[in-house]
Design a protein around this ligand. Structure first.
Ligand SMILES: C[S@@+](CC[C@H](N)C(=O)[O-])C[C@H]1O[C@@H](n2cnc3c(N)ncnc32)[C@H](O)[C@@H]1O
Length: 198
């Protein structure tokens, strides 16, 4: 089950309140979130993944979605101006090696959240979009109440500290869309940062 399901009716309420039609995801994995978006009537639906296997699985599961075999930043750059409707962005791409042992992590792909937000901020109509960012628990900064200190040890067989992000403070993420969006930290699941149109 995707973390997006844990938001329950919120996604539907956001879609109605802000007139959201498009669904854009980074990191499709098995297609759970795309299936949810499909069931809620989002169209168009676009996603991506660095792992070809997960792209194929998600394409079979949700044939109406456009799913690119690309890293998230390249993918977002390719669609942000062409997508011309108010959209929900579900940013969920991280740790490629964890999801597919044949992949290697790079500085660009390991946790691309800040770079993804910077690309989304260039959208001409970004003020109409809603952005939800998963996995905020990994951001190690004093201003992050949902940081999981337990991640500093060895987790799920990964080397100690593998999941931790130390490059940014939570306020750095908030600031990217501060002119156009209010932000809220939802302390559910693995920590979700929500950006709503002002
Ligand atoms: C948490 S899973 C995604 C779950 C899915 N979004 C959902 O809600 O059902 C993360 C996925 O991101 C992919 N991934 C990791 N780093 C990536 C990157 N830099 N760009 C695109 N996909 C990436 C992984 O291969 C994995 O399939």
């Amino acid at each position: 089950m995707t973390a997006l399901n844990q938001l329950g009716d919120l996604v539907q309420q956001l879609a109605e309140r802000h007139g959201l039609r498009g669904f854009v995801e980074t990191g499709c994995f098995e297609g759970d979130a795309l299936a949810l978006a499909d069931s809620l009537g989002f169209s168009p639906m676009m996603s991506c993944d660095t792992c070809e296997h997960w792209v194929e699985i998600a394409r079979q599961r949700v044939p109406t979605a456009e799913i690119a075999h690309l890293d998230s930043v390249t993918f977002l750059r390719s669609i942000v101006t062409e997508l011309d409707c108010p959209s929900l962005f579900w940013l969920d791409a991280h740790y490629p090696q964890f999801y597919d042992r044949s992949q290697s992590d790079s500085k660009r792909t390991k946790l691309p959240l800040y770079e993804e937000l910077c690309v989304i901020a260039t959208r001409p109509s970004v003020q109409n979009d809603v952005v939800l960012c998963d996995d905020i628990r990994v951001i190690s900064s004093g201003d992050n109440p949902v940081y999981w200190q337990a991640l500093e040890g060895s987790v799920l067989g990964q080397t100690p500290g593998y999941f931790i992000e130390r490059r940014f403070k939570l306020s750095d993420f908030r600031n990217v869309l501060a002119k156009t969006h209010e932000s809220e930290l939802l302390p559910i699941g693995e920590g979700i940062m929500a950006f709503y149109p002002r």
